[in-house]
Design a protein around this ligand. Structure first.
Ligand SMILES: Cc1cc2nc3c(=O)[nH]c(=O)nc-3n(C[C@H](O)[C@H](O)[C@H](O)COP(=O)(O)OP(=O)(O)OC[C@H]3O[C@@H](n4cnc5c(N)ncnc54)[C@H](O)[C@@H]3O)c2cc1C
Length: 393
């Protein structure tokens, strides 16, 4: 979630990293942890083979049930499966250096992630570079307010467009690219061709959308296991329709119905864990009935920290009251103890008194809030991994 921060400021990467497994791995008698990525999950043999890399290189594990929670492919924004922390640190450093030196940066995808990247680039590297945000529809937030919600909210779309273009000096450009190589980022200069025929030069190019679930390691005699996007085809219990002992979290063909995404995914993870146990105990499985809190994002972040801008938007009821959104009061009108906390930036968390709940204050508050949320322990420590010298990709 902090990728837009540390890709622009590599020195902040460590704050969001927990490199010492002893601090976060489950410590139960019946849990065994393996610290190498899965090379393959053979669903016919019910066997996982780990990559020939890392502490458990090449280990083969048999399973009775497996839950896939391998996330979505977003090159650069998330590490490639199998990448060591040292390699990831170099990648993040190379990205930060390239973004700082770039004269033209193209972010492809005007969803929440692309918007964060634009804001964090401006907040951290200033206004020297030309920043282009490519959007298939020419609009911002078209998938977050399109696919997941029923229709885009024209008010927020126009507010974010106005702030991005006028305050953050970002060029919002309608267009899409069909060249498959542009599914990968580039930290060195190049030219891209839009489907309209227009060409754009860049120093850094970064896709800011998911390129589908990380499921390339799945092996099965049935081609039906995945859909055309590589998503695990599941029934209502989030169980593979082909291999009943395979479950999926955030890698399935079921759409995520709303926000906050992580809250919804946590519920699916808990559900899959329970169903896997039921399967082992020969009990009937239950459908997943989880609902998203709200169809729209609870906030839109145009960068974090000083120089960033955040808009509170779809907060659910109780949190809304805490954040004074109904009266648009902001600090100091927040009812204690809701917002009178001691997180840095708290006093501006809801925006300025009497003004809309948005601005630089919430953007300063947000990273401090994010740092409090993660359930992983030991953030701020690379462990045994040492930052390597930056290399350009
Ligand atoms: C910039 C950004 C900002 C975001 N902001 C928000 C927000 O404000 N609110 C919100 O709710 N959501 C937010 N999200 C979305 C949220 O971060 C993701 O939806 C969430 O992290 C997905 O969790 P996950 O566990 O499914 O996948 P991930 O967090 O991607 O975890 C998957 C893990 O599986 C590992 N893996 C992959 N392949 C293999 C393999 N072969 N073997 C072993 N391990 C493997 C990966 O390395 C990774 O560690 C944001 C996302 C981004 C990119």
């Amino acid at each position: 979630m902090a990728a837009a921060i540390f890709l622009n400021s590599p020195e902040e990467h460590v704050k969001w990293t927990s490199g010492d497994p002893s601090k976060w791995q489950p410590n139960h008698a019946n849990v065994e942890c393996f610290h190498s990525s899965a090379e393959s999950v053979d669903c016919d043999k019910k066997e996982i083979t780990l990559m020939n890399k890392g502490p458990h290189a090449g280990v083969v594990i048999s399973y009775k049930a497996v839950i896939l929670a391998t996330g979505q492919k977003s090159p650069l924004i998330t590490p490639m499966p199998g990448m060591s922390l040292t390699e990831r640190i170099s990648e993040v450093q190379a990205c930060g250096k390239a973004l700082k030196n770039a004269k033209t940066v193209i972010f492809n995808g005007a969803g929440l992630v692309g918007i964060e990247m634009c804001g964090d680039l401006r907040a951290r590297s200033g206004y020297g570079a030309r920043v282009i945000l490519l959007s298939r529809s020419g609009k911002v937030l078209d998938s977050d307010f399109g696919d997941k919600a029923l229709k885009p909210d024209p008010q927020i779309v126009s507010k974010v467009t106005d702030i991005l273009t006028n305050k953050f000096k970002v060029e919002l450009k309608e267009g899409s690219v069909s060249d498959p190589t542009l599914a990968e980022p580039s930290l060195s200069p190049g030219t891209l061709k839009l489907e309209s025929g227009e060409t754009l030069d860049f120093d850094v190019y970064m896709p800011c959308y998911s390129a589908g679930p990380n499921t390339g390691f799945l092996r099965s005699s049935s081609a039906e296991i995945l859909d055309g996007r590589g998503a695990l085809v599941v029934n209502d219990s989030l169980q593979s329709s082909v291999h009943p002992e395979v479950f999926g979290v955030n890698v399935t063909n079921k759409k995520i119905p709303g926000h906050p995404v992580i809250q919804y995914l946590s519920a699916t993870a808990e559900h899959c864990a329970k169903q896997a146990i039921s399967l082992l105990e020969d009990k009937p499985l239950k459908p997943f009935n989880g609902k998203a809190e709200t169809p729209v994002p609870i906030n839109v972040k145009i960068g974090h920290g000083k120089g960033g801008y955040m808009i509170w938007y779809g907060l659910p009821g109780p949190a809304k009251a805490c954040c004074c959104l109904p009266c648009k009061g902001g600090f100091p009108f927040c009812p204690p103890p809701c917002c009178w906390c001691c997180l840095p930036g708290c006093s501006g968390a809801c925006g300025n008194c009497g003004e809309p709940a948005e601005g630089e204050g919430p953007a300063i508050f947000m990273p401090n809030l994010l740092a409090k949320f993660p359930t992983v322990k030991g953030l701020g420590d690379y462990g045994l991994e040492k930052p390597a010298q930056a290399t350009m990709a």
